[in-house]
Design a protein around this ligand. Structure first.
Ligand code: CTP
Length: 406
């Protein structure tokens, strides 16, 4: 992830049950190449210990400003001034209150006052607390001052209740942080056309055929491309993800609609990334009225157009990236698909493995390119995979333009 590579970050952790998720956050940021100093509040230590963070970051953990044995404590002001960004995750209601009012009664709140870099707060608390007028006022004050305060997510809370107060997903925090740290604008001048999500093929007015694609991978690619300066068009099948801001968003349902939208934007595109899981088949005839009865039913299917192959065949000069979801012999099928569809780069994932690919937070992919190259990207977040794909595109395209083998 170039946006965070070699960046100096401070990660503050406060005393919420969600503190354990900070371990995953720090791991993700470390994998993205960031250099991290973790600062724990006294209450955070009830939930997670400094050794975990010290092991992950390879650096001392800052806990107490008055610890003479700690170098980090002595140079805390320099540390805060040097940081490219500071994030507190989870941030309790108490931390938000102290940050809003400039209280500096421990190491973390002192760092927050000394910081000259962008600050991101990822709250986690009980639902009732998040909606308390005092918390809302503190959040408003912090936002007015330019601090980024993420919205907590809704769902089951540690209290056993359901409400808004869950720590945002690690992916969301990483993406927000990457957006705050001045990003590499290496895609400025490019128009990136991305497809995402499943397609939905009607059977009758109430039923359809679809697949398990969540759209996460394609959305992360579109966001990363936008952050890196590209003009982005995202053509998306039905998903539950909110349309990202700062890009052209085209909502479609069926493969036919996706094809029309892609072809309509193809001329401007310099890079096309087809992350969508297009349904291979649609009903030969869509019933105009709801199909009734419990009798046996045979559905006749007809193949959908292969949008990727068609786009590649048009040879518009755009760099074409395809995806392959495979269950076995991934490398062989990926190479075959790359050649059959005539694409420049194929991103293959093994959907038989748990925790990656369809509907998962993470992905592990194999890059196979037209110039004979193959590279494995070990399991990481979809946001990091998105950046790695864009970096591959730039690397391969630059080599092709120079007429050298990548
Ligand atoms: N794709 C497409 N149009 C289709 C089917 C697939 O544009 N009708 C694109 C997908 O967006 C993806 C790539 O083709 O980038 C590979 O999709 P996949 O479903 O893995 O491959 P298929 O072509 O469907 O081949 P198979 O089902 O045999 O694996």
């Amino acid at each position: 992830m170039p946006a965070l590579d070699a960046r100096e970050l401070i990660v503050g952790v406060t005393g919420s049950i969600a503190a354990y998720k900070a371990v995953y956050l720090v791991r993700e940021l470390t994998r993205a190449g960031a250099r991290i100093t973790v600062c724990l509040t006294a209450n955070a230590r009830h939930f997670v210990g400094p050794l975990t963070f010290r092991t992950l970051t390879g650096r001392p953990v800052l806990e107490d400003l008055f610890d003479p044995a700690s170098d980090a404590a002595v140079e805390h002001v320099a540390l805060a001034e040097r940081a490219d960004a500071m994030v507190v995750a989870p941030a309790t209601a108490n931390l938000l209150a102290k940050a809003a009012h400039g209280i500096a009664d421990d190491a973390l709140t002192t760092l927050l006052l000394a910081a000259r870099c962008p600050v991101l707060l990822a709250p986690a608390m009980d639902g009732g607390m998040w909606h308390h007028p005092a918390v809302a006022a503190n959040v408003a004050l912090l936002r007015q001052r330019g601090v980024t305060v993420l919205e907590p997510e809704s769902g089951a809370l540690a209290s056993g209740l359901t409400g808004t107060g869950r720590l945002p997903e690690v992916d969301v925090i990483v993406e927000a942080l990457a957006g705050l740290v001045a990003p590499a604008r290496d895609l400025a001048g490019d128009h990136v056309l991305v497809t995402a999500g499943p397609t939905r093929e009607a059977i009758d007015p109430v039923r359809y055929i679809t697949n398990r694609s969540s759209g996460k991978m394609g959305y992360r690619i579109a966001e990363a491309a936008r952050r890196r300066g590209a003009d982005v068009t995202l053509v998306s099948g039905p998903t539950t993800i909110a349309p990202p801001s700062g890009l052209r968003f085209v909502a479609v349902e069926s493969a036919e609609e996706m094809r029309t939208a892609v072809l309509a934007h193809l001329d401007q595109a310099t890079v096309v990334i087809k992350a969508a899981a297009v349904a291979d088949y649609r009903a030969k005839e869509v019933a105009t009225a709801k199909i009734k009865g419990k009798r046996e039913l045979t559905l006749e299917l007809t193949p959908n157009p292969d949008i990727l192959a068609e786009v590649a065949a048009r040879k518009t000069g755009a760099f074409i990236v395809g995806f392959a979801a495979e269950t076995h012999d991934v490398a062989r099928h990926a190479r075959e698909k790359l050649e059959a569809k005539g694409v420049d780069l194929l991103v293959a994932n093994d959907i038989s493995q748990p925790g990656i690919g369809f509907d998962a937070e993470d992905n592990e992919v194999l890059f196979v390119d037209r110039w004979g190259g193959a590279q494995v990207l070990p399991r990481t977040s979809k946001a990091a995979v998105a950046d790695a794909i864009l970096t591959q595109v730039l690397r391969l395209r630059a080599a092709a333009r120079r007429g050298v083998r990548p």
